[in-house]
Design a protein around this ligand. Structure first.
Ligand code: S3P
Length: 177
């Protein structure tokens, strides 16, 4: 009689390179929900790429906009699978709304070694790490993840993504809804 309450908003969080966008898309397809990538949304709204926003406006401006759009999306209650940026849950303005008030937050967890391997070829469009030399990446990610882990760990579910395909991860999330 009581249908399982539909999961209207599903949010993916995790470090850069953890697969939030690809998994988000696969999950949205599987659940037939709209997909939104918060970074893409910010770029579209501001008409500027993320590296340009950081370069021309600075990180604090980016964090304010990130919070503003996140709030708008979550408060709209529109159905969505939302992939966030790696820093989205880590700034005080974002934290309460995202980690305490949104019921379906999934942390995509990967080891420092796997993140480093993935980000080695993908750091140039990421202003947090684009200035690093390849040999500096692992140490930076290790420390940065240590700082951010307390936020990520407050998700409702932690999904270990080590050695799993995108479809396996999406299926695992869908099974927990
Ligand atoms: C950031 C992660 C990026 C993007 C911005 C800042 C971060 O998103 O929001 O460059 O602070 O970790 P991805 O996690 O999609 O790379």
């Amino acid at each position: 009689i009581f249908a399982k309450k539909a999961a209207l908003q599903i949010v993916l969080i995790g470090y850069m390179g953890s697969g939030k966008s690809v998994v988000g898309k696969a999950l949205a397809d599987r659940l037939e929900l709209p997909f939104l990538d918060l970074d893409d949304h910010i770029e579209e709204e501001l008409g500027m790429s993320i590296p340009d926003i950081f370069r021309k406006k600075g990180e604090i401006f980016f964090r304010k906009k990130e919070h503003e759009y996140l709030k708008e999306i979550l408060l709209s209650k529109d159905k969505v699978v939302l992939s966030t940026g790696g820093g989205t849950p880590c700034y005080s303005g974002n934290t309460d709304l995202l980690l305490d008030k949104t019921p379906n937050v999934f942390y995509l967890q990967l080891s420092v070694a796997s993140l480093t391997a993935r980000l080695a070829d993908e750091k140039d469009h990421r202003p947090m790490i684009s200035h690093l030399k390849p040999e500096e990446l692992q140490e930076y990610i290790g420390k940065h993840l240590f700082e951010r882990r307390p936020y990520y760990s407050r998700a409702n579910h932690t999904i270990s993504c080590e050695g799993k395909s995108v479809d396996e991860i999406a299926a695992e999330i869908a099974a927990k809804l």
